[in-house]
Design a protein around this ligand. Structure first.
Ligand code: SAM
Length: 380
């Protein structure tokens, strides 16, 4: 007789399925990315011979892009190499460290996905391609300018709020970075002597940060081609095949009080009055209801502690018709922050910031972000 699964069992099953889907996206990275190149080759082959001849140089470039995909693919496979042992509480099931292709009933190298499955897979593979760009943002020399814009104002403010003094051990100061992405900001804070925890819920990001933080031991040990999936807005052919090496600094080079915690910020952080500072960067607009994030940040800070925030208000759920999304503009957000109980110590808008942009591209997205520092009053 089969018993009805409990809600917990159903949730665990969903988590396992999600874990496998993310692993599969990494495994299908090359197949899906190659498909895009094949599409270009096919279209060229349908052109009149004179046009094909005029595109000889471009055809050679397409061959170069395939080599770039091979290099990316080797990184992608390193990222997922031991992920089944990454979380203590996740049982990946039978195909944890196989090629994981069972769910599609085919072998990796020689199968054709049905178009529906390919569409869903492409969506997930896009996220793998984004992870490669995030590697540049957080852990390469090519991302230095972006980090200067986004992370430096936060780091400078932390230094100012918690100056070095003889009688305080910085490792006693606890700083949380929710929505930590690939962990660079959190690592930088820890590298300055603080105890810092990054929190992240995307498995795509967590797999990659686990690889960088725990397995990249030498500076510029690895190479990726992050822009090879961008087919438009290149000045030169080489720009699409431009390499980036990482990590610019090996994360293990410094002894730090640093950790990453996996899970939804709202679920993981429920202990009140625990943190001396929350530093959020490009994070608060990830909430379906930003008020929940603000209230939670307030609750987990100890009285007298600080919240430093930098980023735009690109509310992530805004264009998802079936999802809840509350989108207060900045002036109303400031009222809400005050209403929750924070004192706003300083705030400014118009902070020029980019997010995972290709520096050589003809198109550049730039945010006029907001930067603010608040304090939870001593007596609330
Ligand atoms: C736009 S990215 C910014 C990443 C990083 N802070 C940076 O500046 O590069 C936002 C990150 O927050 C994560 N995130 C969104 N909602 C979250 C939640 N509720 N709990 C934990 N992480 C979350 C996303 O997965 C994503 O990696």
């Amino acid at each position: 007789m089969s018993s009805i699964p409990s809600t917990e069992e159903i949730d665990e099953e969903k988590e396992r399925a999600h874990f496998k889907a993310v692993v599969n996206a990494f495994k299908y990275y090359k197949l899906c990315s190659l498909d895009r190149i094949h599409k270009s080759e096919k279209m060229i082959s349908m052109l009149p011979p004179t046009h094909q001849n005029r595109l000889d140089k471009y055809k050679t470039l397409l061959t170069t892009f395939k080599k770039c995909l091979d290099v990316n693919n080797s990184i992608v496979h390193l990222i997922i190499k031991d992920v089944d042992t990454m979380f203590e509480n996740v049982d990946l099931g039978a195909d944890a460290n196989t090629n994981g292709m069972e769910s599609f009933g085919c072998n990796y190298n020689n199968c054709e996905l049905t178009s529906q499955k390919q569409h869903k897979m492409q969506h997930d593979v896009d996220k793998v391609q984004s992870v490669l760009k995030n590697i540049v943002r957080d852990w390469s020399d090519a991302g230095a300018a972006e980090r200067e814009q986004c992370y430096q104002p936060i780091l400078d403010r932390i230094e100012k709020l918690f100056p070095v003094v003889d009688y305080i051990d910085r490792s006693d100061i606890k700083i949380l970075v929710p929505g930590a992405g690939l962990g660079r900001l959190a690592w930088e804070i820890a590298a300055r002597g603080f105890s810092c925890q990054g929190n992240e819920f995307s498995l795509f990001m967590l797999f990659a940060s686990n690889f960088i933080l725990n397995k990249c031991l030498k500076a510029n040990q690895y190479t990726v081609y992050p822009w090879v999936h961008q087919y438009v807005n290149h000045l030169k052919g080489e720009d699409q095949a431009r390499a980036a090496t990482f990590p610019d600094v090996p994360p293990s080079a410094k002894e730090t009080h640093f950790s990453m915690a996996a899970g939804d910020f709202l679920k993981v952080y429920i202990e009140e009055n625990e943190w001396d500072c929350v530093a959020s960067c490009f994070f608060i607009d990830c909430a379906p209801n930003v008020i929940e994030f603000i209230e939670r940040i307030y609750a987990i800070l100890r009285p007298g502690a600080y919240w430093i925030n930098l980023g735009p208000l690109l509310y992530h759920y805004s264009d998802m018709p079936t999802e809840m999304s509350i989108e207060p503009p900045y002036d109303i957000l400031l009222d809400i922050i005050r209403d929750v109980g924070f004192e706003i110590l300083s705030e400014r808008s118009g902070v020029k910031t980019k997010y995972a942009q290709n520096p050589a591209s003809m198109m550049q997205h730039e945010y006029s972000s907001v930067f603010f520092v608040c304090r939870k009053p001593l007596a609330s």
